[in-house]
Design a protein around this ligand. Structure first.
Ligand SMILES: [Zn+2]
Length: 169
């Protein structure tokens, strides 16, 4: 396994639509080493999530994990790979809350996101996933999946006065 380099805003790959992954590639395990590297990288960088374009792989793959003591209010999601994710908004009520991104270091800002979405995707073995994500879980999945369309959270910030540094000098 290897820790991959996380690219930052300005890298072309972050502004490019990522390509669909073939189910047959998942079933044959061809992306398994990449999934392992992606997981190691997310842990090394202490991120909640990581999308493949952030490590210069223009593929529709995201990884995330939610720890029970984090902002998920007790929700625990083990490291989860979503391939070719799509969404259906179940509750369009927009919730504004802070987001940050490994590709936009040292910043955070309030981003509006729908409260509840249905997520359909393939798992790391090519099996279909279909689940409902709410609140912080929905926010994480939508933030990571935005990366697959060349969008970063700053693009969605409405309250620009909320943009702030997360470090002290
Ligand atoms: Zn991000």
């Amino acid at each position: 396994m290897a820790v991959l380099r996380v690219v930052r805003l300005g890298a072309k790959v972050l502004r490019t639509r990522a390509a669909e992954v073939e189910t047959s590639d998942l079933k044959r395990g061809r992306l398994k080493p990449f999934f392992e590297d992606l997981t190691e990288t997310m842990i090394e960088y202490n991120g909640t999530g990581l999308a493949a374009p952030q490590v210069s792989q223009p593929l529709r793959v995201v990884l995330y994990a939610i720890h029970p003591e984090s902002r998920g209010k007790g929700l625990e999601v083990p490291p989860t790979i979503l391939v070719n994710p799509t969404f259906e908004i179940l509750d369009p009520t927009e919730i504004e809350d802070f987001e940050a991104c490994l590709s936009v270091p040292f910043l955070a800002a309030k981003v509006p996101r729908p409260r509840k979405v249905r997520v359909q995707a393939l798992d790391r073995s090519g099996r279909p996933l279909d689940f409902v994500a709410e609140d912080f879980h929905a926010r994480v999945v939508l933030h990571e999946s935005d990366h697959l369309d060349g969008t970063v959270y700053l693009d969605r910030v409405r309250d620009r006065a909320s943009i702030r540094y997360t470090i002290d000098y």
